[in-house]
Every structure is written in structure tokens, then in C-alpha cells.
Design a protein around this ligand. Structure first.
Ligand code: ADP
Ligand code: MG
Ligand code: ZN
Length: 623
């Protein structure tokens, strides 16, 4: 794989050649060699005793005496000048001057100017050493860590041919794939869209549990569209030096600009995009600056040029709301855990390169692995293949798969990412409770999907209701029905297990909220009458800031409001439980189907209910 991240540092070394410090070092080296040269390797090096002999013989013409050396010229006339020169180390010799005078040698002490040496030893060498250490430290900090590369984005640019992923490599997350195919379409033929004046989404945020294939999906989009792909992780922006991250963001966008159409992919956006200003100790300045820069770049970016910014997170709830505003990551795509069919499809993809025994049944493996995500399944196939190799088998058999599942499952249970069987049962009844109440009440929206595949971060299961039309007004009956549906989950648990679980907390919160509004805002309580007790607090600047208004009613009224709210909830709960206990058989039947299939779609649910109705009418006739 190409690593363009390395390129800048190669260019840098050229830049470094021109850097002033480098020049200083070169000059210093030249000076040193020059100094050595002036001492002269040409001069003959003789010992001091030889020198004394020469003096005594009267062969010395002139000499210069320095603190450490004696340089001189011989008198000999028939030899060339070069060979007349000699040099010797000076020895402490008080009689030397007298002897020289006696022989009539012209001699001179030499004043040495030590400034070059001083400069060299006290300034240049230490500076050079510091410089080297500094560079060394920087190198250690990052792959592209040249001196000047601080602001360079560390984003990896994958060329098309390196991105071997396409949508065929992704399975089990068909909804997300379908939504992204529009993005692919745009990247392929941007003109088709822009010529009609359409605006293309700038940012797409993939939300889903770890290992569901978000990163894979982003690469597949690039591969499918055949465009370059800049990949970077959110944490790579956050460095120890203030301002570096912001410079990186700028650099990345300018690089992408040149490569358009292309995809910028910021993985693990939460590392960068946490809500600002939470830190009580003044905040993480650097991260905030980087985030601000990202927002600025996204705003200033013309999406019609063909650059799409994709991002992934498994913690959307901690993201700064500014990131999710229109014009930024306004398109959010949920990447769900795969259902039974999805898991089977993923297994097929990953076992393509693996030699499988005849007894291997992907469907059966998928059935054994509820709650597993794509990464877990890829892991299982790999583990099974390793096990088979260790056992010297020719092909991977079902036994290996079963063992691999156990291993992976044990690891996941430790990480609390799987729900156990009992929990699954509770969740199934809970969701069926919601669904049945929603179907049997008159005013409620139709159930589109019941699922016990954990979704997002908190929810263990969910029942999706589809509004049949837009609503602006709601009647009292509709509100009551809505509360009843919310309580349906808890009622079902109560009915089947005669005990409650913590899974209904969110439902109860929502139900209480509706009941409170009925009493306080809409005047729907007979007891308190047609009165509004509180202005609905909708400040433009501080939405949801409830601390600023004071209660405009007495303590007594407050108590009555609480009692009314409780009465509404209680009545709804009784009604709900009543409906469910009449339909207990159906509830159990539906829950069993759900436990097995994990997902029940609208059509299937209708079929089940119709069948039930028929049976009921038949038995009625019999009586
Ligand atoms: P995430 O980014 O959501 O944490 P990844 O995209 O990094 O997950 O997934 C890790 C690996 O798991 C992928 O490289 C792929 O091999 C496998 N994988 C995950 N989801 C899928 C999927 N839906 N289809 C096929 N393979 C998948
Ligand atoms: Mg990822
Ligand atoms: Zn619920």
C-alpha cells in the first residue's frame, strides 16, 4: 500500500538542507578543517629533541613559538621551501630562548586568537547537539514527524486500486447500504445532480455498535464509486501541541480539495467531537480548537465539488450538537447489528476463502450467534480455521465452528456486549407487549417492526411504529393510547414473569412526561379543570432550560397535579394489563416467534394476527 504520509518527510529533508542551522554546522566544519589545514600537514613533524639538535647545529632560520607548538623554517638552501618547514610540540624549556639567541635564530612569540575555538566549542557544538536531540524527539512522536510537518495531516490516502472493498463485501446491513448507494451515485456522476441545482449532503455520520462494519462500509463506498479515500481517526487530530490539530484539519481539506471527487473519512469522531466545554478544568483547548476548525472547514466547503465527508461513531450521544446541525453531519445512518439472515450472509462472505467441510451450515451458525456483529463473525470464521489447522484437518468442520463460537462468546460476555437467554426472553415479551397494545388500540400508529436485536447503545430491543399521516393535533384519547403503548412493555413483563425489570425505565419516563403535559398544559384533567399551570418553556436561546421559571401555583396544587398524573398512569396500566391478559396466548405465541426470529416485520405480524383472528372466529362458531 502506498503511504503518502511519508512523502512530505522526504521533501522535508531537502528543506532541511537549506535550514540556517544546517548551514551553520557546515560552516563550522569548514572552519575546523581550515584550521587543521593551516597548521599544515605539510610541515614535517619532528620531536623536540630533534628540534634542539637542529638549533644547536645552527640549521634553524626562523621560528614561531605558540603556547603549544613551535613552528619553524630550516636554513638549508638546496631543499624546496615546503620541506624546510617543521613543527614540534612545545616542551617547558626555560633555556630555549637563550639557545635561540645564541644561534641567531629569528624567533617570535605568536598571539593566538582563540575566538574561533571558543565560538565553536561553547556555541556551535551545544546548539548542534540540542538541534539533534530535538529532531530525534520529534521523530519518535510520529511517522511523519519532521520538524516542519506538524501541520501536515496524518490522513492516509488510499488510491482506488488499494481500496479493494465494494458493497459485495458488506452484508447484513442492507438499510445502511441502501442509504449510502445515493452517495455512491453522486460521487460517480456529480454533474448529473448539480446540473439540476440539487444540493448534495456534505456530511454522513455512520452510527452503530463497534464491529458492525462502519469503517468497512465507508471504504466500500469509496471502492464502489471509484474515488480516492482519505482515512483518519479522530484521535489522530488530538495532539499534545495546541494548534497542531487545527492545522491538520486545514491541510486535510486542502488535500481533499485537489483530489475531488473523493471521500474524507473521520473514524471515531467522538474522540474529536465530544461536547465542548464539559471539562471543569478549563477544557481541552486543543481538542476544542481542532473541532472548531473542522466545523469551519465543513461550513466553508462546497459539497457540489464532489467531496463527501463521512464519519463514524459508536457514541453519538456525546457528540457536540454543533456537529449534527444542517450543513454538517446532517445525514445520520444507523448501522444496526445484523439479524439472522444478515449474519448468514456475513458468514458466507468471510468463509469464501476458507475450505469448509460439507457439514458446515451457515444458517445454523447464524442461529447460534444472536447479537454478534460482523467483526465477531469474521473472528469466528478465523478461529475455526485456526482450530482446524491445529487439528491437522483438511477442511473446517462444524465442530470447529461450535468451539470458535464458544470462545468468542465467552470473550464477548466479559465485555457485556451480549445478553443472556433469560434477558432475551424478557426483552421479547416486553417488545411484544408494546406491539400488541399498539395493534389493539384504535388510534395508535401501525407497528412496522419488532426487534430484539440490541440497537444503538442503550436499547435492548425496540418496537417501531409508523405514523400513517402527519399529525398536528392530538386528542385526549390519542394521548391516553400513546401512554398505554408505552406501558405495554412493563405490563407484559408483569403478566408473564410477575416481576418487573429495569428495562422499562425509558418507557415510564416518556409516559409520565405525556401524562404531566396532559394535566399541566393541555387542561385534560377533570379534577384540575381546563387550566394551564405552566407556560411551555421554549426559550430560543436556552431550550430545555427549566431552571429559570418558577412554579406559578401553590404546593397544594402541585400535589394535586402529581396525584392526577399518577391516576392517569395507573388507569392506563390497568387497561393495558387487562388487554394483554385477554390476549395472553397470542402474546406468548408472538414472543416465541420473536425469540426465534429476532425481528418481525409488519407483514409477518399482520399474517400472524390474521391467522389468530380466523382461529378465534372458528372457535366462536363451534360454540
Ligand atoms: P466498525 O468500524 O463498525 O467498528 P469495522 O468496519 O472495523 O467495524 O469491522 C471490522 C471487520 O469486521 C471488517 O473489516 C470486516 O471484516 C468485518 N465486518 C464487520 N461488519 C461486517 C459486515 N456487515 N459485512 C461483512 N464484514 C463485516
Ligand atoms: Mg471502525
Ligand atoms: Zn419498552
Amino acid at each position: 500500500m502506498k503511504e503518502p504520509g511519508k512523502k512530505p518527510s522526504q521533501q522535508l529533508s531537502k528543506k532541511q538542507l537549506k535550514s540556517p542551522i544546517f548551514i551553520i554546522i557546515v560552516v563550522a566544519l569548514i572552519l575546523v578543517t581550515f584550521q587543521i589545514y593551516t597548521v599544515g600537514p605539510m610541515a614535517k613533524n619532528i620531536s623536540y629533541s630533534e628540534f634542539k639538535v637542529l638549533v644547536k647545529e645552527g640549521r634553524v632560520d626562523t621560528c614561531q613559538i605558540t603556547s603549544s607548538l613551535i613552528r619553524g623554517n630550516l636554513k638549508d638552501e638546496d631543499v624546496p621551501q615546503k620541506q624546510k618547514e617543521f613543527v614540534t610540540a612545545r616542551v617547558e624549556d626555560p633555556d630555549l630562548v637563550k639557545e635561540l639567541e645564541a644561534q641567531g635564530v629569528k624567533f617570535a612569540g605568536e598571539y593566538e586568537s582563540p575566538w574561533i575555538q571558543t565560538l565553536f566549542f561553547t556555541w556551535i557544538i551545544p546548539i548542534a547537539i540540542f538541534f539533534l536531540i530535538w529532531r530525534f524527539v520529534l521523530k519518535g512522536m510520529g511517522p511523519a514527524g519532521g520538524v516542519m510537518s506538524f501541520g501536515k495531516s496524518k490522513g492516509k490516502l488510499y488510491a482506488q486500486e488499494d481500496l479493494k472493498y465494494t458493497f459485495d463485501d458488506v452484508a447484513g446491513i442492507d438499510e445502511a447500504k441502501a442509504e449510502l448507494s445515493e452517495v455512491v451515485e453522486f460521487l460517480k456522476t456529480p454533474h448529473k445532480f448539480t446540473s439540476l441545482g440539487g444540493k448534495i449532503p456534505k456530511g454522513v455520520l455512520l452510527v452503530g455498535a463497534p464491529g458492525t462494519g462502519k469503517t468497512l462500509l465507508a471504504k466500500a463506498v469509496a471502492g464502489e464509486a471509484g474515488v480516492p479515500f482519505f482515512g483518519i481517526s479522530g484521535s489522530e487530530f488530538v495532539e499534545m501541541f495546541v494548534g497542531v490539530g487545527a492545522a491538520r484539519v486545514r491541510d486535510m481539506f486542502s488535500q481533499a480539495d485537489q483530489k475531488a471527487p473523493c471521500i474524507i473519512f473521520i473514524d471515531e469522531l467522538d474522540a474529536l467531537g465530544k461536547t465542548r466545554g464539559i471539562n471543569p478544568l478549563g477544557g481541552h483547548d486543543e481538542r476544542e480548537q481542532t473541532l472548531n476548525q473542522l466545523l469551519v472547514e465543513m461550513d466553508g466547503f462546497d459539497s457540489n465539488k464532489g467531496v463527501i465527508i463521512m464519519s463514524a461513531t459508536n457514541r453519538p450521544e456525546i457528540l457536540d450538537p454543533a456537529l449534527l446541525r444542517p450543513g454538517r453531519f446532517d445525514r445520520q445512518i444507523v448501522v444496526d447489528r445484523p439479524d439472522l439472515n444478515g449474519r448468514e450472509a456475513i458468514l458466507v462472505i468471510h468463509s469464501k476463502g476458507v475450505k469448509l467441510d460439507k457439514d458446515v451450515d451457515n444458517r445454523a451458525i447464524a442461529a447460534m450467534t444472536p447479537g454478534f456483529v460482523g467483526a465477531d463473525l469474521a473472528n469466528i470464521v478465523n478461529e475455526a480455521a485456526l482450530l482446524a489447522a491445529r487439528r491437522d484437518k483438511k477442511a473446517v468442520g462444524m465442530a470447529e465452528f461450535e468451539e470458535a463460537i464458544e470462545r468468542v462468546m465467552a470473550g464477548l460476555e466479559k465485555k457485556k456486549r451480549l445478553i443472556n437467554k433469560k434477558e432475551k426472553e424478557i426483552v421479547a415479551y416486553h417488545e411484544c407487549g408494546h406491539a400488541l397494545i399498539a395493534t389493539f388500540l384504535k388510534t395508535t400508529d401501525e407497528v412496522k417492526k419488532i426487534s430484539i436485536i440490541p440497537r444503538g447503545v442503550a436499547a435492548l430491543g425496540y418496537t417501531l411504529q409508523l405514523p400513517t399521516e402527519d399529525r398536528y393535533l392530538m386528542t385526549r384519547e390519542e394521548l391516553i393510547d400513546r401512554i398505554s403503548v408505552l406501558l405495554g412493555g412493563r405490563a407484559a413483563e408483569d403478566l408473564i414473569f410477575s416481576e418487573a425489570s429495569t428495562g422499562s425505565q425509558n418507557d415510564l419516563e416518556k409516559a409520565t412526561e405525556i401524562a404531566k403535559k396532559m394535566v399541566k398544559y393541555y387542561g385534560m384533567s377533570d379534577k384540575l379543570g381546563i387550566v394551564t399551570f405552566e407556560q411551555e418553556n421554549r426559550s430560543v436561546f436556552f431550550p430545555g432550560n427549566f431552571g429559570t421559571t418558577k412554579n406559578e401555583y401553590s404546593e397544594e396544587t402541585a400535589r394535586e397535579i402529581d396525584l392526577e398524573v399518577k391516576r392517569i398512569i395507573d388507569e392506563c396500566f390497568l387497561r393495558t394489563k387487562d388487554i394483554l391478559s385477554k390476549k395472553k396466548d397470542l402474546l406468548i405465541k408472538l414472543a416465541k416467534i420473536l425469540m426465534q426470529k429476532e425481528v418481525i416485520e409488519q407483514k409477518e405480524l399482520r399474517e400472524i394476527l390474521d391467522k389468530e383472528n380466523e382461529e378465534n372466529t372458528c372457535t366462536d362458531k363451534d360454540k
